[in-house]
Design a protein around this ligand. Structure first.
Ligand code: PMT
Length: 405
């Protein structure tokens, strides 16, 4: 197996001793393991134990910075394919849920862009406490994989749910996630994001509230699952997605051209952008002055990118659209699926709080042309993106199956 870097974050609970077995098992499975500990964890197990097993110095002092050419928590986060936090104590879970970063484990969690697995371990009553359960739900909603603790005798003397999941089970979850992560390898995704902008004159334009977050989340998730990605983006305030080929455009016409070019060797188009539907018939060459009177703003339709691309698609290309609706979302969505000749449409009711434009979460219904309807809960856009990609992959597999069977 190619060596993949796994971060193991160890919290300060009695189950910290099991992190030695976890590290040892990961190393035996061919992973490069970097252990991180909280200061409290070092009171339960010696860093030297994990260092001997992983062959890397264990990082537990946020300010130690052994290598002056890099910042430790950023460098290890960047190299990691996956971050597993085991044992995750109630305190550690609360800090992770609320973005606190006062030790090496939590600071690195904020810097890590890879998937995170949390393996809780604590007393049964602590685990059942609403505060802990709510914090775990926050993490799940953010896309973190939260493992169920095991049941049985606990170190505190109680018997119940709260034992750290067995290292063998954690390693199985890690291996499954890493395999799943590469399930889009060999596929080229073209993803559109953000608004388009239609100029009225050199200082004024027509646009909309799209931030690009949904499309950028799709691009980032597709890359982390092994896909090649071309991200055709309107103007946004977001950083380019590492690993994506960025095509920056401004108008709907330019977005159409960018998409057509990229589709030459693409397998999937996902149109998460909100292109302007109308543009001024005439763009004034100079700033329109108040003294010129009220401008006559005649509008015309912009090209429909999805409909155009879908008409000229090659066999095997999958075309996925979004529908941003404020009423009768499902029936309007279904109509767009038909009229634009799509394989799948992601319907979001953008009038719903926490969904649609310029927020970090979304609530969508995925409708495929085969008739499958999947209503997803409100989730972080990164998790929504992950679920959409899984649906796209499944649809492609079923179409491939039909073709060959
Ligand atoms: O960018 P965010 O702030 O994260 O917000 C996300 C989002 C709300 C923009 C996203 O979730 C979304 O719904 N994107 C589609 C927005 C839109 O234009 O919806 P629509 O129902 O008007 O268009 C239907 C589909 O046709 C869309 O896939 C759109 O990209 C596409 N379209 C629209 C106009 C046009 N001229 N050409 C197109 O291809």
């Amino acid at each position: 197996m190619e060596q993949k870097s796994i971060l193991v974050g160890v919290g300060g609970g009695i189950a910290a001793y099991k992190s030695a077995s976890l590290c040892s098992l990961l190393v035996k499975n061919g992973f490069d393991v970097q252990a991180l500990m909280t200061e409290h964890a070092t009171r339960f197990i010696q860093p030297l134990t994990l260092q001997a097993l992983t062959k890397h110095p264990v990082i537990f002092d946020t300010f130690a910075e052994p290598n002056p050419s890099e910042i430790a928590h950023i460098a290890v986060a960047d190299r990691a394919k996956l971050y597993v936090i085991a044992p995750a104590t109630a305190n550690l879970i609360a800090k992770l849920a609320h973005g606190l970063a006062d030790d090496m484990v939590t600071t690195t969690a904020l810097a890590a862009t890879c998937r995170t697995v949390v393996a809780p371990a604590m007393n049964v009553h602590m685990y059942d406490h609403p505060a802990v359960q709510e914090n775990l739900q926050i993490l799940r909603d953010r896309g973190v994989i939260v493992m169920d603790p095991g049941e049985g005798p606990l170190a505190c003397g109680y018997t119940g749910k709260g034992r750290m999941p067995e290292p063998e089970d954690i390693v199985s979850v890690i291996k499954a996630l890493l395999e799943e992560q590469q399930d889009l390898e060999g596929l080229h995704f073209v993803i559109t994001a953000g608004p388009t902008v239609e100029d009225i004159d050199p200082v004024r334009f027509l646009t909309n509230r799209s931030s690009g977050k949904m499309g950028y989340a799709l691009a980032a998730q597709a890359i982390s699952r092994g896909a090649k990605v071309t991200l055709v983006s309107g103007p946004t305030h977001l950083n380019p997605v590492p690993g994506a080929k960025m095509v920056h455009i401004r108008s709907t016409e330019q977005m159409l051209r960018g998409v057509q070019e990229a589709m030459a060797d693409a397998d999937v188009l996902i149109a998460a952008a909100a292109p302007a539907d109308y543009r001024p018939v005439q763009v004034f060459g100079h700033k329109w002055k108040k003294s010129d009177g009220l401008p006559e703003l005649a509008l015309e339709e912009t090209p429909d990118i999805l409909a155009t691309v879908s008409r000229s698609r090659r066999e095997g290309q999958t075309i996925v659209g979004f529908a941003a609706e404020t009423r009768d979302a499902l029936s309007f969505g279904r109509r767009k699926l038909e009229s634009k000749g799509l394989d799948m449409i992601i319907v979001n009711d953008v009038s719903q709080p926490g969904a649609g434009f310029d927020v970090d979460t979304n609530q969508v219904v995925v409708i495929s042309r085969t008739g499958d309807v999947d209503t997803l809960p409100m989730m972080a856009k990164s998790s929504v993106a992950d679920r959409i990609l899984t649906r796209v992959k499944a649809l492609r597999n079923s179409v491939d199956g039909e073709r060959t069977g």
